[in-house]
Design a protein around this ligand. Sequence first.
Ligand SMILES: [Zn+2]
Length: 314
Amino acid sequence: MNRMHLYVISTLLLVTGAVASAQTRPEVEFRTTQVRDNVYMLAGAGGNLGASVGEDGVLLIDSEYEGLTDKMISAVKAISDRPIRFVVNTHWHFDHVGGNEALAKAGPVIVAHENVRKRMSSEQHLLGLDRSVPPSPPGALPTVTFTDRLTFHWNGDEVTILHVEPAHTDGDSIVLFHKANVIHMGDLYFAGMYPFIDVNTGASIDGMIKGVDKALALANEETKFIPGHGPLSDLASLRSYREMLATARDRVKALVDQGKSRDEVIAAKPTADLDAKWARAFGPDLWVGIVYDGMTRGGDPPAAGESAGPKPVP
Ligand SMILES: [Zn+2]
């Protein structure tokens, strides 16, 4: 199978993901990797999960597609006999929050940045994938939200959930396991491939680069990175991904500054020399279009939450 087929098929999988996930997806198996100490990465069909396991219970990062929860719980049980107590969503996309409702019924508290809850509460449209996503059922919504950061003192580690300015969405968090020296990047990081950027939320390639820089500034040579998609990574891999983002940004920006239209920018194939390596989940045209869109249009603000009580805290 050539590369063209590969990325068309994976893009198709992403686009049809929610439909396919209504079934239990018998072909999906979770692959578990011990990242360091009591931090694990679990890879299934959607976003990579992170897990802190130990006496305090399991803190899970993200919840996969809908329909995979039983399998996901079995995978967690294989590394811990303690209950899942918290689930943190790195952002609102269905391949990271799809298991929320089924998981929450079993007990854990769902935690996320406030814009994750806002985006999940109303219909969203994924620009570039031409796909609408209906509001999530109330039982799937995060019940604890935060604006800037939140720290769990958990299983002998400090685990900081750190919101970054709009990058992949406007509700992104990265998760820092300080003692284990591991960072879960959410979808700021598609390891080894062009990422998706949810431009309609005000996200852009500039935001992606800033977010990656924030993580790089907090890391050292020993830090391990759990990407939202792709294999477990080290500092060198994240740096080379950052370089690719900056190159794509600079080239598309030069064309935009020349007044080229969206179609003209795509036709100019500004990432041609990068495509063989990075066009895996998304093809060059989709990728260049996303970069262009993020530079040329502002996002739609999240719907304001209704409040009948005290005034919102400024
Ligand atoms: Zn995502």
